[in-house]
Design a protein around this ligand. Structure first.
Ligand code: GLU
Ligand code: ZN
Length: 326
C-alpha cells in the first residue's frame, strides 16, 4: 500500500443527506486530486442503530451522486467487497479491535460507574478550575480499583465499560490542513475515554483508529464536528505505535438557520432530493459553489471539479445553504 489513501466512513444509521454529500464530495476530491486510493468503510459499530438496508442505500446514493471508490463494498450493490484490507465493515472487525485493546495492556481498566453516577460525579466537579468548555473529564473514579473492589462490583451484577487511562500522557498537538495548528490536553477532551461500552459495543474512537491504521489511511477529510475526537484518536495511534494520518476537518454545511444539516432534515436526504426530481449534477454543482470551487451553482459532475481543486479554497467557518438554493 503506497501513495495517498483516503476514506469515506459513513455510519449506516439513516439516509445520506446533503451534509454527508458535502463531506464525501470533498473527501473524494482531495483523494482523487492526489491520485490516491479511496476506501469506503461502513461504520456500523452500533448494532442497534445500523442496518444493512441503510448500508445498501448509502452505496446506492454515493454512486448516484457520481462518487466511486477503490476498496470496500461492491459498488454495484451485490454482496461482497473488493480490496486487500477488508472486511470494510466494522461489525466484522471485532477481532482486530480486541487485539488492539490487548496491546494497550495496563492502560485499559474497567469502569463500573453507572450513567447516573457519572452525572453526579461530573456535577460535583462542575466549576472546578481544570474543567474547560469542552466539558468535565471523567474523574478517574474507577482508575485504581483493587481486584477486590472490582470483584465486588462484578458480583453485584455490574457490567463495566473499558476506559483508557490517560494519566501521564502528554498533550496532543497536530496541524490540521484547514483548521491549522491544534493543541489539546486529553483532560480537555473528556479525560479517560471509553474503548468499549458496558454492553460490549466497541467505541468509535478505538474502532476508527484500528481501521484507519490497518487500512493504511493517511489522508482523513471529515467534518469539523469530529475535530474534538481527533486528539483521542491520535493518543491511540501513538500508544499503538501506528503512524498518524494527515487530517483536514472541513467546515460544516448548515441550514438557513445556521443549524448543522442532520438526519432530521429529511427533505435534504439524497433520496428525497432525487425523488423531488433533482439531478445529481445539480447537487454537486451547488455544493461546489458553496465550496468556492465555482462562481455559480452550475451543474457539474464530481470529476469536472478536479482541475484547480484545493481544500484551501473552502470558506472558513460553517457554510450556510440559503433558502433560495434549497
Ligand atoms: N462514521 C462517522 C460519521 O458518520 C465518521 C467518522 C470519521 O470520519 O472519522 O459521522
Ligand atoms: Zn467508573
Amino acid at each position: 500500500m503506497t501513495g495517498v489513501r483516503g476514506r469515506l466512513a459513513p455510519s449506516p444509521t439513516g439516509l445520506l443527506h446533503l451534509g454527508n454529500a458535502w463531506a464525501f464530495l470533498l473527501a473524494w476530491l482531495a483523494c482523487r486530486k492526489a491520485g490516491g486510493t479511496l476506501v469506503l468503510r461502513m461504520e456500523d459499530i452500533d448494532p442497534e442503530r445500523s442496518s444493512q438496508a441503510w448500508a445498501d442505500a448509502i452505496v446506492y446514493d454515493l454512486r448516484w451522486l457520481g462518487l466511486d471508490w477503490d476498496e470496500g463494498p461492491r459498488p454495484d450493490g451485490t454482496p461482497g467487497e473488493t480490496g486487500p484490507c477488508g472486511p470494510y465493515v466494522q461489525s466484522r472487525r471485532s477481532a482486530l479491535y480486541e487485539q488492539a485493546l490487548a496491546r494497550l495492556g495496563d492502560r485499559v481498566y474497567p469502569c463500573y460507574c453507572t450513567r447516573k453516577e457519572l452525572r453526579d460525579q461530573l456535577r460535583a466537579m462542575a466549576g472546578a478550575p481544570h474543567v474547560d468548555d469542552r466539558g468535565a473529564p471523567y474523574p478517574g473514579t474507577c482508575r485504581h480499583l483493587t481486584a477486590e473492589q472490582r470483584a465486588q462490583r462484578e458480583s453485584a451484577g455490574r457490567h463495566p465499560c473499558l476506559r483508557l487511562n490517560t494519566e501521564g500522557l502528554a498533550g496532543i498537538s497536530f496541524v490540521d490542513a484547514l483548521c491549522g495548528p491544534q493543541s489539546f490536553s486529553l483532560a480537555g477532551c473528556g479525560g479517560d475515554f471509553a474503548l468499549r461500552r458496558s454492553d460490549g459495543v466497541w467505541a468509535y474512537q478505538l474502532a476508527v483508529v484500528v481501521d484507519d491504521a490497518l487500512m493504511g489511511i493517511n489522508q482523513v477529510v471529515r467534518g469539523e464536528d469530529i475535530l474534538v475526537s481527533t486528539p483521542r484518536q491520535l493518543a491511540l495511534f501513538d500508544l499503538l505505535g501506528w503512524p498518524r494520518p494527515a487530517y483536514a476537518h472541513i467546515p460544516l454545511l448548515c441550514d438557513p438557520d445556521g443549524e448543522r444539516l442532520a438526519k432530521r432534515h429529511g427533505s435534504l436526504s439524497l433520496r428525497a432530493l432525487r425523488e423531488a426530481g433533482h439531478a445529481p449534477q445539480e447537487l454537486v454543482g451547488l455544493l461546489a459553489f458553496k465550496a468556492g470551487l465555482q462562481d455559480r451553482p452550475e451543474p457539474r459532475a464530481p470529476g469536472d471539479l478536479l482541475e484547480g481543486f484545493s481544500l484551501q479554497r473552502l470558506p472558513q467557518g460553517p457554510v450556510r445553504l440559503d433558502a433560495a438554493s434549497l
